[in-house]
Write a protein that binds this ligand. Structure first.
Ligand code: SAM
Length: 298
C-alpha cells in the first residue's frame, strides 16, 4: 500500500494551477480553427438548462467563477447582451478565453487582480468592452461587494479546498436578490463514486487510471446534491430550483465508451431518459443544477 503525505493548502493550490494550466491547453487544438459565423450559428442552438426558469437573461452583469475554456457559454451569454467577468485560477485559461473572444470579434480585456475593484467603471468607460478576465481564486474575496446580478459556476465548487469559502465570496459579489446559477458534480453518480470515494484511495485502481489517463483532478471531491443544497442555503441563499434533467447518462456514457454505432447510442440514451422519469435514479445523475437567490448578506 502507498501512503501519501498530507499536502498543505499552498501545495494543493499550486498543483491545481498546474493541472488546469495543462488541461486548458487542450483547447488550443480547436480554438485556432474557430470560424466566427459557424460558431455563432452553433451558439444560437445551444441548450441552456436555466432557460426554462429565467428567460430571457439579458442586460445583466454576470460573474463566471472557474470560467474554464471548454464550454461556450461565455460567448453565448455575451451574445445574449450581457456583460461578463470571468475568473479562473489558471493563467492559461484566462489567456485562452481572451483568444476565443478575439477570434469571435468580441472585445475583452484581461486585468490584474491587484486592481480588480474597478470592474463597473471599466465597463462604463469602454462601452464596447463585453468581457473582463481575471486570474484569481474564488476562495479569496473577489471584487468590491454587491456588483453582480448573476454568478454562474459550473463544475468548480468541487475543485475548491473550501466550498463554504467559495460560496461566501459568491454571496458577497452578488447584489441583494441576485441569482446564483450552479452546476455541480454529483458524487453518487456511479463512475464518479468509484474514482473519488475516500475509502482505500491508495489502492484504488480506477482512481489511478482516471488520474493518469483521464481528466480526473487528484484534488477534486464531489458531494451529494443534498450537501450542495445545504451549503448554498447556509451561505445566505434560497434554493429555487434543483434540476437533474439532461445529464443522467449512466447507460449512455458507458455504451459510448465501447460502441460507436449511433443507433445503439441513441437507444442507450432513451433508456437514460426513461430512467429519469423515475424518482430514485435522479439521485445518481451525473450533475445537479441549482438555481438560488441571494436572500441575506454573509
Ligand atoms: C472542470 S473546469 C470547469 C470549467 C467551466 N466552468 C466549464 O463548465 O467548462 C474547472 C475550472 O475551475 C477552475 N478552478 C478550480 N479551482 C478554482 C479556484 N479555487 N478558483 C478559481 N478557479 C478555479 C479551473 O482552473 C478550471 O478552469
Amino acid at each position: 500500500m502507498v501512503f501519501t503525505k498530507k499536502k498543505s493548502p499552498d501545495e494543493i493550490y499550486l498543483e491545481e494551477k498546474l493541472f488546469w494550466d495543462k488541461e486548458s491547453k487542450k483547447s488550443l487544438l480547436w480554438v485556432p480553427q474557430i470560424k466566427r459565423k459557424a460558431f455563432f450559428h452553433k451558439l444560437k442552438k445551444k441548450s441552456i438548462w436555466w432557460h426554462k426558469y429565467i428567460n430571457p437573461l439579458q442586460h445583466k452583469l454576470i460573474l463566471d467563477v472557474g470560467c474554464g475554456t471548454e464550454d461556450s457559454y461565455i460567448p453565448y451569454l455575451i451574445l445574449s447582451k450581457n456583460k461578463l467577468v470571468g475568473i479562473d485560477l489558471s493563467e492559461n485559461t484566462i489567456k485562452i478565453n481572451k483568444l476565443i473572444l478575439d477570434k469571435l470579434g468580441i472585445k475583452a480585456a484581461i486585468i490584474n487582480f491587484n486592481n480588480p475593484f474597478k470592474i463597473i467603471q471599466l465597463f462604463k468607460k469602454k462601452k464596447d468592452l463585453k468581457a473582463i478576465f481575471v486570474v484569481g481564486n474564488v476562495e479569496h474575496p473577489l471584487f468590491a461587494k454587491k456588483q453582480f446580478d448573476i454568478v454562474h459556476a459550473k463544475w468548480i465548487l468541487h475543485h475548491t479546498q473550501s466550498i463554504p469559502a467559495a460560496l461566501k465570496n459568491i454571496n458577497m459579489s452578488l447584489k441583494s436578490g441576485g441569482l446564483f446559477i450552479c452546476t455541480e458534480s454529483n458524487i453518487l453518480y456511479p463512475l464518479r463514486w468509484i474514482t473519488q470515494v475516500k475509502f482505500l484511495r491508495s489502492i484504488n485502481i480506477f482512481r489511478y487510471f482516471a488520474i493518469k489517463y483521464g481528466p480526473l483532478d487528484p484534488n477534486e471531491m464531489a458531494r451529494t446534491p443534498g450537501d450542495y443544497i445545504r451549503m448554498i442555503k447556509d451561505a445566505g441563499f434560497k434554493v429555487n430550483v434543483v434540476d437533474f434533467k439532461h445529464e443522467f447518462e449512466f447507460v449512455g456514457y458507458v455504451v459510448r465508451l465501447f460502441i460507436k454505432n449511433k443507433n445503439v447510442i441513441h437507444f442507450a440514451k432513451k433508456i437514460d431518459n426513461f430512467l429519469l422519469l423515475l424518482e430514485f435514479p435522479k439521485y445518481f445523475a451525473m450533475d445537479v443544477k441549482i438555481l438560488a437567490e441571494k436572500v441575506k448578506d454573509v
